[in-house]
Write a protein that binds this ligand. Sequence first.
Ligand SMILES: Nc1ncnc2c1ncn2[C@@H]1O[C@H](COP(=O)(O)OP(=O)(O)OP(=O)(O)O)[C@@H](O)[C@H]1O
Length: 238
Amino acid sequence: MSSVSPLVSCRAIRKTYNHGEAQTPALRGADLDIHGGELLILAGPSGCGKTSLISIIGGMLDADSGDCKVLDKNIRTMSAQQRARFRGQHIGFVFQSFNLLPALTAVENISVPLLLQGVPRKAAESQARIVLESLGLASRADHSPGRMSGGQQQRVAIARALVHEPRLIICDEPTSSLDHDAGQTVMETLRKVARTAGRALLVVTHDPRIFCFADRIARMDDGRVISIETHSPKNFLS
Ligand SMILES: Nc1ncnc2c1ncn2[C@@H]1O[C@H](COP(=O)(O)OP(=O)(O)OP(=O)(O)O)[C@@H](O)[C@H]1O
């Protein structure tokens, strides 16, 4: 783990959702650091604020107050345009609902982050195939999402989050649609990615089968991070 400043540093993050008269406090002073080279699992009961916190770290949601730095940049003070560019370059997301483009094949979906960075199509697609193969899905490269199972779509979504080699990868329930073996394969791949110098993975999960892949498990309750356990994950690298 890196001894330099954390890749992500959140301090006293507060967020309340307002709908007319109704106010729902989601984060009540959440603190969290994520270091380069680690896979951190964020766990906790439904409604405790996990999605809100990862959305703020990923620059998709504004906090009401507090500090959130990613790669030493203050996400809260960026303009919308700066934030979008920063996200595109440095953050990969795996959403629970996959968010794949239905008209595109797996390889085309995975190529999108590279094309947005100006990589030529042929090079982007060849890189996409390599990542897809590492996730055991080479045979579905030219299929559209509608012709794939939920688990296969999930692996395509993971490949898309990895293809542009972002420094931070945020995964919301990355194994929820996968059986045990596929889930282990995906986590082994994510674990190797985290070990790459200077990169980190933030994984939200309810799935205890994947806790063993974490370097640390941060537990949330009632809008705060209430404990952090350090683990010695299995070393999956040769
Ligand atoms: N868009 C929203 N509008 C209003 N309230 C919201 C909104 N999103 C979340 N909340 C509320 O904020 C609180 C925290 O929600 P959040 O989704 O961050 O929790 P979570 O830990 O990710 O839950 P889960 O594990 O069920 O996904 C909950 O009480 C939730 O109902």
